[in-house]
Design a binder for this molecule. Structure first.
Ligand code: ATP
Ligand code: MG
Length: 587
C-alpha cells in the first residue's frame, strides 16, 4: 500500500486514515462489516491524543454494551500505553448514569437512586393497576419503547408510563431507559449543566451508530453541541434494533443536524473471505466491492433431521476442524466456485492454530441454545453462552443479590468478593437453580473485581443493572461462543455456524401480520450481521423438524438461503459419529 503516513495512521488504509485525520469537524463514517470502522475509531482517538495534543480525558467514545466498551479500552491500551485509561469510554447508559450522579439533583432526583430491574417494575405496575402478569409485562415493554423514542402511545401505555414514573419517584428508583431519557431532559432544561458537559468532551465518537434510538441521538447531540466534533460510525445495513425503538434514519438526521459534516466511506473488507463477502452482499442486494481476500472455501449448507442432529453436526464439525481433518472432503468435486475448486492449499484458515474460542455458533432465539449445550456437553466441548438478557433479570443473580441484601449492613464483614462467594454457596444449597447460581456467581465476582464497583454493594447493584449476559464474553477464554445473532454484533471469528436457517425462525415471525415489511427487512439485516461475523468459514444449518411453539413441526428452509448464489455454497452431509469408548444401550 503506497503511503507516506507515519505514526498511528500508518496502520490504516487511505480511507480509514482520511477519516481518522479529519479531527476538526463533525464526521460520519459509513461502511460495511469488517471494513475497519472500529479500528478507525480507536486509531482516531490514539491519533488525537498522541499526535494532536488532545487530552485523553476530553475524548469520549460511546458504544452499546459493556463488553464493547471493554474491547475498546483494551484496543486503546495497546495504542496509547499509559494514557488510554483516561479516555472516557462509555455505553449510553453508563454515560447517562454519570450525568445523573453528578447533576441529578437539578431534576429533583433522590441522590441515593437505584435502578429497578424489569421484574420489579412489572410487579410494581401489576400491583398499582391491578393487572395480570402478561398484561403488565407487555405494558412495561411498551413503556420502554416510549421512553427510548420519546414518542406518545396508546392511553393505556401512557397511563402505565405515568404510574411507573410516580412509583419510581416515591420509592427512589429509576428504570434502565431513564438513564438516557432523564439526562436528555436535564441537559435540555439546564443550559449551564449542558455547557459543562460540552466543555468536558472536545471529541465524541459513537460506534454502531445505526442502532441509536431517538433519546440516545439527542444525548449525543446535546453533549456535542451544534458545532461539536461528533464522529458517528456505523453501517445502515446492520441496523437490527428497530424493534426496540432504534431509528434507522439516524444518518440522515445527522446529516441535517450537522450540514458541514463530511461523510467518509470505507471501501475495503478486511475481515471475511471473498466468498463470504460476496454471499453477504447478495443477501442485501449490493455489489460485492472491497474484497481483499481470496475466494476460498465455499459456504457449507447442512440440513439435519432435528435440532439435536443439527447440534451434533456443529459439535462434530468443530471436533473435525480442530482435529485437522479436511472438512471439505465430502463436498469436494461438487463445488464450482468462482475461485476454482475448493482446496485447503488456498485456504487462509490455519487449522493447526485454531482453538475453541475461534468458533461461534449463532442463533435467532435463546431457546435454540439448549440443544447445542446438550451436544457440546456430550462431546466435551467447552462453551460460553452469551445473550442480551439483562443480568438483573437472571434467576441466579436475583437469588444471590437477595441473600446478600438480607445479610446487609455487615460493614465489618469480609470483602465483597468473599461475601458473594459465600452467598452463592448458600443460594445453591437453598435452590434447585444450581447451574444458574454458578453462572451468576462468576458474573458477580467479575463485576465485584472491577474498578467501577470497588467493594461497594450499591455500586455492584448499579453495575448489575447496567449489564447484560453478553457483556461477560471473555475472548481470552478458550471456549466456543454460543450467542444470539444480536449479541454477536461487532465481533469476528475464524469459523461461524449460523443454525436454525428455517422460515419462522429466520426470518423470525411473530405472527401473520408481521411477516413482511419492516420486520422482515430487519430480519434480513440480522442474518447479514450473523454471516459477516465469519472470517474464513461459514456454515449455515437447519433442522427438517424441530420442537417449536409447543409441538414438533417441519419448518421450510429459510427463504434467505435462496438469495445466496449456488456457486458459493456446497451441501455437506453429517460427518461420521466419533466412536465412543463405551456404548450404552437401554435394551
Ligand atoms: P463491524 O461492522 O462488524 O463492526 P468494523 O467495520 O468495525 O466491522 P473492524 O472490527 O474494525 O471492522 O475490523 C475488521 C477486521 O479487519 C479486524 O480484524 C481489523 O483488525 C481488520 N482490519 C481493519 N482495517 C485494517 C487494515 N487497514 N489493515 C489490516 N487489517 C485491518
Ligand atoms: Mg465494529
Amino acid at each position: 500500500r503506497p503511503s507516506g503516513r507515519s505514526g498511528l495512521l500508518a496502520a490504516l488504509d487511505d480511507d480509514q486514515a482520511r477519516a481518522a485525520a479529519m479531527v476538526d469537524t463533525a464526521l460520519a463514517v459509513v461502511a460495511g462489516p469488517g471494513s475497519g470502522k472500529t479500528r478507525m475509531l480507536t486509531h482516531r482517538i490514539a491519533h488525537l491524543v498522541a499526535e494532536c495534543g488532545v487530552a485523553a480525558a476530553s475524548c469520549l467514545a460511546i458504544t452499546f454494551t459493556r463488553r464493547a466498551t471493554e474491547e475498546l479500552r483494551a484496543r486503546l491500551a495497546l495504542l496509547l500505553p499509559g494514557e488510554a485509561a483516561a479516555v472516557a469510554v462509555h455505553s449510553f447508559h453508563s454515560l447517562g448514569l454519570s450525568i445523573l450522579r453528578a447533576h441529578g439533583a437539578a431534576l429533583g432526583l433522590d441522590p441515593g437512586f437505584r435502578i429497578a430491574d424489569e421484574a420489579e417494575r412489572k410487579a410494581a405496575l401489576a400491583t398499582a393497576l391491578g393487572l395480570g402478569d402478561t398484561r403488565a409485562a407487555r405494558l412495561v415493554r411498551a413503556v420502554s419503547v416510549l421512553k427510548r423514542t420519546g414518542a406518545g402511545g396508546e392511553p393505556e401505555e401512557m397511563q402505565a408510563l405515568a404510574t411507573l414514573d410516580r412509583l419510581g419517584r416515591e420509592q427512589g428508583w429509576l428504570d434502565f431507559d431513564d438513564l438516557v431519557a432523564l439526562p436528555v431532559k436535564l441537559l435540555e432544561e439546564h443550559a449551564g449543566i449542558a455547557a459543562l458537559w460540552r466543555a468536558r468532551f472536545a471529541h465524541i465518537l459513537a460506534d454502531e451508530f445505526q442502532d441509536v434510538d431517538e433519546q440516545q441521538y439527542r444525548l449525543l447531540r446535546l453533549i456535542a453541541g451544534p458545532a461539536g466534533r461528533l464522529c458517528v460510525i456505523g453501517d445502515p445495513n446492520q441496523a437490527i434494533y428497530g424493534f426496540r425503538g432504534a431509528d434507522a434514519t439516524c444518518f440522515e438526521r445527522f446529516a441535517r443536524d450537522f450540514p458541514a459534516a463530511p461523510t467518509v466511506r470505507l471501501a475495503r473488507n478486511y475481515r471475511s473471505s471473498g466468498t463470504i463477502v460476496t454471499a453477504a452482499s447478495q443477501l442485501v442486494g449490493m455489489a460485492p466491492d472491497g474484497i481483499t481476500r481470496p475466494m476460498d472455501e465455499p459456504i457449507v449448507l447442512h440440513a439435519a433431521v432435528s435440532e439435536q442432529a443439527e447440534a451434533d453436526f456443529v459439535a462434530r464439525t468443530i471436533e473435525e476442524i480442530l482435529g485437522g481433518h479436511d472438512l471439505l472432503e465430502a463436498g469436494k468435486g461438487k463445488h464450482r466456485g468462482r475461485g476454482g475448486q475448493a482446496s485447503l492449499e488456498h485456504a487462509s484458515l490455519d487449522q493447526a492454530s485454531l482453538g475453541f474460542a475461534d468458533f461461534a455458533v449463532l442463533y435467532r432465539t435463546d431457546m435454540q441454545a439448549a440443544a447445542l449445550r446438550d451436544a457440546f456437553d456430550r462431546a466435551g466441548i467447552p462453551y460460553r453462552k452469551s445473550s442480551p438478557a439483562r443480568l438483573a433479570d437472571h434467576a441466579g443473580v436475583e437469588a444471590i443479590l437477595h441473600l446478600l441484601a438480607e445479610q446487609g449492613g455487615e460493614a465489618e464483614g469480609p470483602d465483597l468478593p468473599a461475601r458473594i462467594a459465600a452467598t452463592a454457596q448458600a443460594a445453591r444449597s437453598r435452590e434447585e437453580a444450581g447451574p444458574a447460581v454458578a453462572e451468576a456467581r462468576a458474573w458477580l465476582a467479575s463485576l465485584a473485581a472491577s474498578a467501577a464497583v470497588a467493594g461497594d454493594e450499591a455500586r455492584l447493584r448499579e453495575q448489575v443493572a447496567l449489564s447484560t449476559e453478553a457483556d461477560f464474553y471473555d475472548p481470552r477464554a478458550d471456549r466456543v461462543l454460543l450467542a444470539t445473532m444480536h449479541a454477536a454484533k461487532g465481533l469476528e471469528f475464524p469459523v461461524v455456524f449460523v443454525v436454525g436457517m428455517e422460515e419462522g425462525l429466520m426470518p423470525f415471525s411473530w405472527g401473520p401480520a408481521e411477516e413482511s415489511g419492516e420486520a422482515g427487512a430487519e430480519e434480513r439485516r440480522l442474518f447479514y450481521v450473523a454471516m459477516t461475523r465469519a472470517r474464513d468459514r461459514l456454515f449455515l444449518t437447519r433442522a427438517a423438524d424441530r420442537f417449536w411453539r409447543g409441538a414438533r413441526r417441519a419448518l421450510p428452509a429459510s427463504p434467505f438461503l435462496r438469495d445466496i448464489g449456488a456457486e458459493l455454497t456446497v451441501v455437506r452431509a453429517a460427518p461420521p459419529a466419533r466412536r465412543r469408548p463405551q456404548q450404552f444401550s437401554l435394551f
